[in-house]
Write a protein that binds this ligand. Structure first.
Ligand SMILES: [Zn+2]
Length: 334
């Protein structure tokens, strides 16, 4: 068995060495193949109170979409640097916990594969079965791990340690949410929320609508499309975890940030012939632009996490009104 080094892991370990007293480091485990194992880390900063509101960022679930892992590491670096001197962030971190799991599928990143070493698509791998119109193959299947979007027969180690890691961060928290960064679908950066398994609106819809309204009022020129996941699948890990957290009455909202990559191709059409074609921005100026582009959202979400009582503690009337707006916007007009 050999240990292989991923550039992203090196970057994480550099940050660990640079900020030993600020950042808590948890090695979630080693994952990969029998021959090649890679570490998977969870880095956290801020309040250690179990009840503190929590915001988490996750990346590298699909190995080919490694820009997601890099975005998460870039945000971690920025926040670590900023807390050195920014008093308002220091105050915020006294009441908020932030965590980062940047490389969920390091074997996939290393080998430029969407799946893990067992050929399993980690975002089709939970026990949740889709209902309604699930796209053939793309929606997840159990025919063969030689085909893309294979669900696998049991929860993969990458997902087990991911969910255990998140549970430790959020259990008991008064308000928690996560952003899982992907790339490869669409012209525009999209923020998706559950469900993937069905077109049913989920219970926390009113809060998503509040989040969207507040974000748009604050940043009217933002570039995200905020909506339910655009196609249905089996085995979505966030659906599964969300439903599990509901059973525990744990407040938790999983968001997916899908970086729209089709523009990268339009500007660099030859990229379509490479393996990473649809999923990774090749030109370094484009990479840099993507790495700096999401700070506004991240900063806004940190503030929203700290002040969740102001927008996410709703009485029955506010809930009903917000749900009605959300239904009209996302479900009833289509
Ligand atoms: Zn993905």
């Amino acid at each position: 068995m050999s240990q292989n080094v991923l550039a992203e892991t090196l970057e994480i370990e550099k940050l660990i060495a640079e900020f030993p007293s600020v950042m808590r480091v948890e090695l979630l485990g080693h994952v990969g193949s029998q021959e090649q194992q890679f570490p998977s880390y969870c880095l956290s900063i801020g309040s250690q109170d179990p009840q503190a509101p929590v915001l988490g960022w996750v990346g590298g679930v699909h190995g080919l979409e490694r820009i997601g892992a890099q975005v998460v590491i870039a945000l971690l670096r920025s926040v670590l640097q900023m807390q050195l001197w920014d008093e308002s962030l220091q105050q915020t971190l006294k009441k908020v916990r932030l965590f980062f799991i940047p490389t969920v599928n390091p074997w996939g990143i290393y080998h430029k594969r969407r799946s893990n070493a067992a050929g399993v698509d980690l975002m089709r791998n939970s026990p949740v079965d889709g209902i309604g119109e699930i796209p053939y193959l793309l929606g997840g299947h159990r025919y063969s791990n030689k085909l893309p979007w294979f669900r696998g027969n049991e929860m993969q180690m990458e997902n087990q340690i991911l969910l255990q890691g998140i549970l430790k961060q959020i259990l008991g928290s008064k308000f928690s949410w996560t952003v899982d960064v992907h790339s490869g679908f669409g012209w525009q950066d999209q923020i998706w929320f559950p469900f993937a398994y069905s077109k049913e609106p989920f219970a926390d819809l009113p809060y998503l609508h509040r989040f969207k309204s507040f974000y748009e009022a604050t940043h009217p020129y933002h570039f995200y499309k905020i909506e339910p996941q655009s196609y249905q699948t089996h085995g979505d890990v966030w659906d599964y975890f969300y439903l599990e957290m509901q059973k525990k009455q744990q407040r938790f909202m999983p968001l997916t940030l899908e970086l729209g990559s089709w523009n990268w191709l339009k500007k660099n059409p030859l990229q379509v012939f490479s393996k990473e074609g649809f999923f990774y921005p090749f030109q370094s100026h484009r990479q840099k632009r993507i790495l700096r582009r999401h700070w506004t959202l991240f900063d806004f979400m940190i503030r929203m996490t700290a002040s969740f009582e102001k927008w996410a503690d709703l009485d029955a009337d506010q809930l009903e009104l917000s749900r009605a707006h959300a239904m009209e916007l996302w479900y009833e007009k289509k």
